[in-house]
Design a protein around this ligand. Structure first.
Ligand code: SF4
Length: 180
């Protein structure tokens, strides 16, 4: 089974409270002004064996989860989403972070997150949400993760970093301490 992505990279720790393998979603047609991922549109998309990606995760003692960022996961097609689910199951991944331009109240994003949450191995689910608006300014979300301070940088001030806990969707505010 193959997963189509421009690239992946392990030991990624910038935008979620753990080290992860980041996978780039391969497609987006939003054309946001000032898109920060413009280079990714030019990257060739390759097919990677899901078993190879799972091995990269399982063999790296520092990586404890996966992040899906880059272009827009919800625009990247059903196959990408299904293959992602297969990878999560195969590598027994407990921590997942999704970046999306959609808001949490978007029905399709909600359904997609529910599907990930339903995977037995997933115990921690995070989602960075919201449109990138050029010139609005960035924002840092500070919070505690398992007792340690952690900062997440959001590209524009309207975006949110959300923790999905059980059946709840928890929207993080700056200096929130809901994981303490
Ligand atoms: S949603 Fe993200 S990747 Fe897509 S055009 Fe907007 S900023 Fe770029």
């Amino acid at each position: 089974m193959k997963l189509r992505t421009p690239y992946f990279k392990d030991n990624f720790s910038e935008d979620q409270p753990y080290d992860s393998l980041i996978l780039i979603a391969p497609y987006c047609d939003f054309s946001c002004k000032g898109c920060q991922n413009i280079d990714l549109f030019k990257s060739p998309i390759k097919d990677y064996d899901i078993s190879v990606l799972a091995e990269v995760i399982l063999e790296n003692p520092f990586v404890s989860g996966i992040t899906v960022g880059g272009l827009e996961v919800l625009k990247s097609g059903m196959n990408f989403m299904l293959d992602l689910g297969e990878l999560i199951k195969l590598a027994n991944i407990s921590r997942v972070t999704i970046y999306s331009r959609f808001e949490l109240d978007d029905e399709n994003l909600f359904i997609f997150l529910e599907k990930i949450k339903d995977l037995e191995c997933v115990t921690e689910l995070y989602c960075k949400t919201g449109e990138y608006i050029e010139g609005l300014g960035s924002k840092i979300s500070n919070f505690y993760y398992k007792g340690n301070p952690w900062s997440i940088c959001l590209g524009s001030k309207n975006q949110d970093f959300n923790i999905i806990k059980g059946s709840e969707l928890v929207r993080l505010a700056v200096n929130d301490d809901c994981l303490k």
